[in-house]
Design a protein around this ligand. Structure first.
Ligand code: NAP
Length: 338
């Protein structure tokens, strides 16, 4: 039964799905069969994408001889065992692309992964050089999703991305941002051009995107990767000692992380959430949010109400965490804000 669902999903992927079917190793079916993770269709092709992936900011920017690195094979195993496939990286994340390439190659997981990375520089030639380097670091000749990071010089990079998509070097094109101060620019880009994907910040404590950006993405047929689904992590720190709502078991949620992820994937515009984690147990926890029931509107409203209460209690702490999470990005981005 599950196998036939997987086959149906693959057939629904159209040409790319049939191509993938042709060279998909037999064992891919067993992983898919074992999983109950929900998928959402990418509007541009109807390809089914698992709803929980892995973000690599900071967590994969680690040296191979470190204790953090030794945890990472377990993180990937937890993602794939649950039926996940999306891994999001960027040349901005230090060693993350190289680490992802090493781990996928060592575990022979490339054919099962949906690799998303980014171009994050100014100028056509610099963009080409950076993306060529990403292919090398990720050890692949095809990148599933190439995104223009924080819209940096996006009009310059777009023709290269379109040409590479036609050539089959990349499968989908997207743009990203992580802060509501950029939503005017995001909105203008979404209206001006056709993109396959948008990656944007959306979380229980960071919901501005649902006002204009998520409805626009839905209207324009753009798939959405949700970044910072835990608001960078601060959200979970504040919720961790609080009791789960009484109905959490009804939606199969055993942790605040799962409820926070179920909150974002319940939005009809969201295709996949990409929490960052360097811990196998946390990846398993996060991935489990992709199965079971979605939150209904009453449950979402209740979580928001609970969150508002908590914010009042801890507003100073919250602002400090938010500022700290954003600063790394801003400092590294200083000369590259698009
Ligand atoms: N402009 C852009 O394009 C942009 C900007 C920001 C982010 N992103 C992407 O979005 C991804 C996600 O954002 P993020 O990593 O900044 O923030 P996030 O996913 O909101 O939060 C990550 C934090 O949550 C913790 N965490 C994860 N799962 C947990 C669990 N089950 N229980 C307890 N703690 C848990 C992680 O700690 P542990 O490691 O200890 O689990 C980490 O500190 C990034 O990695 C990146 O790929 C893109």
């Amino acid at each position: 039964m599950n196998s036939s669902i997987t086959r149906r999903e693959l057939l629904a992927r159209g040409a790319w799905g049939l191509g993938a079917l042709a060279f998909m190793p037999r064992c891919a079916f067993s992983v898919q069969t074992a999983s109950r993770m929900m998928t959402r269709p990418i509007p541009a092709t109807n390809e089914a994408l698992p709803v929980i992936g892995l973000g690599t900011y900071r967590v994969l920017d680690v040296q191979p001889d470190s204790s953090e690195y030794r945890e990472l094979p377990g993180v990937l195993d937890a993602l794939f065992a649950a039926g996940g496939s999306v891994i999001d990286s960027s040349p901005m994340y230090g060693r993350a692309e190289e680490t992802a390439g090493e781990l996928l190659a060592a575990r022979n997981l490339r054919s099962k992964a949906f690799i998303a990375t980014k171009v994050w520089t100014q100028g056509k030639q610099a963009g080409i050089a950076q993306m060529e380097n990403s292919f090398r670091l990720l050890r692949t000749d095809r990148i599933d999703l190439m995104q223009i990071h924080n819209l940096v010089d996006w009009r310059t990079h777009l023709p290269t991305l379109r040409q590479w998509k036609e050539q089959g070097r990349i499968r989908y094109i997207g743009i990203t941002h992580y802060t509501s101060s950029a939503y005017d620019a995001v909105e203008a880009a979404l209206k001006a051009e056709t993109f396959d994907f948008l990656q944007i910040n959306f979380a229980l404590d960071d919901r501005d995107a649902e006002k204009r950006i998520l409805p626009l993405a839905k209207e324009r047929g753009v798939a959405v990767l949700c970044n910072r689904p835990f608001g960078g992590g601060g959200l979970l720190g504040r919720l961790k000692d609080k009791p789960l709502p009484g109905w959490a078991g009804d939606v199969g949620a055993k942790s605040w992380a799962q409820l926070a992820l179920k909150f974002v994937i319940a939005h009809p515009a969201i295709t996949c959430a990409i929490p960052g984690t360097g811990k196998p147990a946390n990846m398993a926890d996060d991935a489990a949010a992709g199965s079971g029931a979605l939150l209904n509107d009453a449950q979402k409203r209740e979580l928001i109400a609970d969150w508002a209460e908590l914010l009042d209690d801890t507003s100073t702490h919250s602002r400090t965490l938010t500022r700290r999470a954003g600063d790394g990005d801003r400092t590294r981005m200083a000369s590259l804000e698009g």
